[in-house]
Design a protein around this ligand. Structure first.
Ligand code: HEM
Ligand code: HEM
Length: 190
């Protein structure tokens, strides 16, 4: 399995980035809600440490993913995809990347404004991005929550589109993103 993308298939690197980040996002959303809802016990603190640490891991992975993508163009769309669908796919992907950068940054900012010292997995100290401020913390919590819902909305569109490609249009879009699966370049004509 080649590391790099070619004109019909995603390479191992792009697939590994896609599925590892996707898994972490689902864990991360659950941790965020759990940490906020948990009663004030030591477990709440651990849920927050995991939420913040995994959030920073996602940020680093997304930056590396975008860097890899810069030197590694995506495979072409299936021939049957009309121009509006290609534009819609590109827009949703660009918005997903933007939210995946801005959302963890808003968490880091809100943690700084709240004046909470924090080490990633209890090890690497993160510098504060802004001075402690109560009003700013309140605003940033709102921003973090709105961005969380923006991410969920984009993911619903994204996953419905993948299902439509596979079961309605019956093209290779989902199949070629699955691990250990390669498609024949001839199938791109479908
Ligand atoms: C949290 C979860 C997810 C995130 C953040 C995410 C993000 C992305 C992004 C940014 C791309 C564009 C890749 C690029 O052009 O560089 C992409 C592609 C893709 N994703 Fe996801 N994804 C997630 C979950 C899923 C799930 C659950 C499915 C399947 C049901 C899926 C199916 C696909 C497919 C098939 C592509 C390739 C689209 C194409 O060839 O145009 N993704 N994903
Ligand atoms: C992709 C990354 C992230 C996602 C998807 C995410 C998602 C969430 C969600 C869903 C909540 C619960 C919001 C609510 O309903 O009240 C939350 C809360 C929170 N997150 Fe994140 N988060 C991410 C990254 C981060 C990072 C990197 C940090 C800090 C370094 C962070 C710090 C916080 C804090 C402090 C709260 C509690 C806010 C409050 O007091 O209501 N998050 N996050």
């Amino acid at each position: 399995m080649p590391l790099r993308n070619d004109s019909s298939n995603w390479g191992v690197m792009a697939k590994t980035f896609h599925w590892s980040i996707a898994t972490l996002i689902f864990v991360q959303l659950a941790l965020g809600w759990l940490a906020v809802a948990w009663p004030l016990t030591p477990t709440k603190l651990y849920l927050f440490i995991w939420h913040k640490s995994i959030g920073i891991v996602i940020l680093v992975l997304v930056v590396l993913r975008l860097a890899w993508r810069l030197f590694n163009p995506r495979p072409v769309f299936p021939a049957s995809m009309p121009p509006w669908e290609r534009a819609a796919a590109e827009t949703v992907h660009a918005l997903l990347y933007a939210v995946l950068i801005v959302l963890p940054l808003s968490g880091w900012l809100l943690n700084s404004a709240a004046g909470v010292p924090f080490r990633v997995f209890g090890w690497l100290r993160l510098p504060a991005l802004v001075a402690p401020s109560r009003p700013l913390t309140g605003t940033l919590i709102g921003v973090h929550i709105v961005l969380g819902w923006a991410l969920i909305s984009l993911l619903i569109i994204h996953i419905l589109a993948a299902i439509r490609h596979h079961w309605v249009r019956r093209d290779v879009t989902l199949k070629r993103m699955l691990p250990f699966t390669r498609i024949d370049p001839d199938q791109m004509q479908v």
